[in-house]
Design a protein around this ligand. Sequence first.
Ligand code: NAG
Ligand code: NAG
Ligand code: NAG
Ligand code: NAG
Ligand code: NAG
Ligand code: NAG
Ligand code: NAG
Ligand code: NAG
Ligand code: NAG
Ligand code: NAG
Length: 463
Amino acid sequence: MIIFSKSNTIISILFVLIYFQNIIVRLQSVGSKGKFDFGPNQLASNIWYKPKGQLINGHYENSYSNFSLWSNLLLHLQNNNGSISIQASEIGYMKNEALMNFRKNNISVIVVLPAFTQCYDGTILGLLELYGESPKENLFCKIFDICNSTDRQDPNGKGWFVTRDDFAYTPDFLNFDERMPNLIPYLDYNKLMNISSNPPQWLYPNLSWVDRKTLARVDNCPQAGTNRISNLMHDYIKYLSIMNKKFNSTKIPGIQINWNVIEGWEWRDEHCLDLLYDKFNDSKQFDYAYRYITNPCHQDTPHLKDLVELLCSVNNCPEVVYMDMDLTYFTSYSLEVLHMNKQILNSLNISFGINLVDQCVEIDNCVAEILSTDHSQVVLNLDAESKYPNLTRNQMQELSLINVLNFLINQNILDKDTHIAITSWTTWPIEIGQQTNELRSGGMAHTANEIFERILIPHSFAK
Ligand SMILES: *[C@@H]1O[C@H](CO)[C@@H](O)[C@H](O)[C@H]1NC(C)=O
Ligand SMILES: *[C@@H]1O[C@H](CO)[C@@H](O)[C@H](O)[C@H]1NC(C)=O
Ligand SMILES: *[C@@H]1O[C@H](CO)[C@@H](O)[C@H](O)[C@H]1NC(C)=O
Ligand SMILES: *[C@@H]1O[C@H](CO)[C@@H](O)[C@H](O)[C@H]1NC(C)=O
Ligand SMILES: *[C@@H]1O[C@H](CO)[C@@H](O)[C@H](O)[C@H]1NC(C)=O
Ligand SMILES: *[C@@H]1O[C@H](CO)[C@@H](O)[C@H](O)[C@H]1NC(C)=O
Ligand SMILES: *[C@@H]1O[C@H](CO)[C@@H](O)[C@H](O)[C@H]1NC(C)=O
Ligand SMILES: *[C@@H]1O[C@H](CO)[C@@H](O)[C@H](O)[C@H]1NC(C)=O
Ligand SMILES: *[C@@H]1O[C@H](CO)[C@@H](O)[C@H](O)[C@H]1NC(C)=O
Ligand SMILES: *[C@@H]1O[C@H](CO)[C@@H](O)[C@H](O)[C@H]1NC(C)=O
C-alpha cells in the first residue's frame, strides 16, 4: 500500500512502481499456526491515508468485532487455524475485550505495522511503535497525522500496543511493511535519458554515462548511509531487539515480512543498469531493454535470502514472507521472480506467502483478467462495466481476486503449502458496520468465503 503522509513521503505497505511511456504510476497494488489470513480494509484509523480523498471504511467496532456478521468465515478460519490482520493504528480504537475475543475464538491476530517504509533508523522506529517515544517532535504527529487524540488511545508516549481502555496488548504476530527497495537511491529515468517531452524527442544527452548518472541520481534517505541495503536490513535487527525486550514478560510475537515483486528492483539496481549500458550503448536499444526488462539481474532474490538469514541469525526467523506483487506490467517477469523467491524460501524452510490483493488498486470500473496467449498475462480490463454490466465495484474486486488466485494455482506459484492473505489496502470493498455481513456479495468476508468454498477447499488446500 502506498500512503502519502503529511510530509509527502511515501508510507507503503505495497510499493509497486510502474514505469511506462515516461509516466510513473505508483500503484498500490496487505508460528505453527495456519496458512490463511483475512485482512479486511477497515482502515479508518489510518487517518494519514486517503487515496480517494477520504478515509477507507470505518472501525472494527460494529463490523468485524461482531462475529455474527461473519460466522461462516469464522468457521473456515477456525478449521484452518487462521488469523485476522488488524492495523496497528486500530488498536487504540479497540477495547481489550474485542481483541481478546479473537483469541477466545482461536483466531490469531496479526498486527500490521505502518512505520517500516519510513526513512528513520530501526531503533527510532522500534521505540516509536512499541513505546511511543520520539527523539524530538512527536513522530506520530509528523508521520501519521495523529496529533491531538480524542476518541482513541493516544500512541504518543505509549506506542500502538495499548487499547482504548488502557490495556497493554500483545499480538500473536507482527507484520512488517517493506523497507526495500523504496529507501534505496535510484536514477531518475527521464533525467538519465534527458527525456523532456512525450513522446521523447531524443534520448541520451551528450554526456558520459557517469555524468548522466550523477545528474539523475535521487536519494530520498541519505541518512541511511552508503552501505544502504545492509543498513536497511540491520534496521530490522535493531527493531527486533526492542520488540524482544518489550514482549519478554508476555509472549514474544512471531514476525512476518512483506516483500516486493516489482520491476522497480531492476530499475533501482545501479550495477545492473551499468551492465545494461555496456550492452546497449545505443539509446533506443537501451530504452527498450530498460522498459521491457530484457536483461534482468534478479538481485532481489539474493537480498531476500540475506534478509531472512539475518533475521534467523537473531532467532527471529519470519513465520512467513508475503509477496507483494505487481502482476500486470510484465507478468512473465513477476512469475519468474515468484518462482525464484518460492524456491529460496523453501531452501531456508520459511513459508512462502501471497498477498492476494486487487491488481486494479484504486481504478474504477476494472477487473483483473487473464489473457491466455502463449504466455499467460494478467491484464486489467478497464471497461469492466461493458463486460459485466451487473457487477458493483465491490463485486469486481471479488472477481479479480478469484481470477488471480486461479491463475497463480495454474502457474504452480500457489500450492498446498502457500500462505494466503486475503486482504485489501484500497478503497474497495466499500463496507461499514453491518454492511460487512458476509452475505453481502463483493464484501470482504463474502469474498473470503467464496475463495475458501470455490477454490481452497476443492483443491484440498484448506479444510
Ligand atoms: C451483531 O450483528 C448482528 C447481525 O447483524 C446484530 O443482530 C447484532 O445486533 C450485532 N451485535 C452488536 C453487539 O452490534
Ligand atoms: C490447528 O492447531 C491444532 C492445535 O494446535 C492442531 O491440532 C491442528 O492440526 C491445526 N490445524 C491446522 C489445519 O493446521
Ligand atoms: C479453541 O481451541 C481449543 C483447543 O483446540 C478448543 O478446545 C476450543 O473449543 C476452541 N474454541 C473455539 C471457540 O473454537
Ligand atoms: C494539539 O496538540 C498540540 C500539542 O501536541 C497543542 O499545542 C495544540 O493546542 C492542540 N490542538 C488542539 C486543537 O487541541
Ligand atoms: C537535454 O535536452 C535538451 C533538449 O531537449 C537540451 O537543451 C539539454 O542541453 C539536454 N541536457 C543534457 C544534460 O544533455
Ligand atoms: C557531443 O560532444 C562531442 C564532444 O564533447 C562533440 O564532438 C559532438 O559533436 C557532440 N555531439 C552532439 C550530437 O552534440
Ligand atoms: C527475558 O528477560 C530475562 C531477564 O532479563 C532474560 O533472562 C531472558 O533471556 C529474556 N528472554 C528473552 C526471550 O529475551
Ligand atoms: C557501442 O558499442 C559498439 C559495440 O559494442 C562499439 O563498437 C561502439 O564503439 C560503442 N559506442 C560507444 C559510443 O560507446
Ligand atoms: C522446518 O520448519 C518446520 C516448522 O517450522 C520444522 O518442524 C522443521 O523441523 C524444519 N526443518 C528443517 C530442516 O529445518
Ligand atoms: C444483468 O441483470 C439483468 C436483470 O437482472 C439480466 O436480465 C441480465 O441478463 C444480466 N446480465 C448479465 C450479463 O448477467
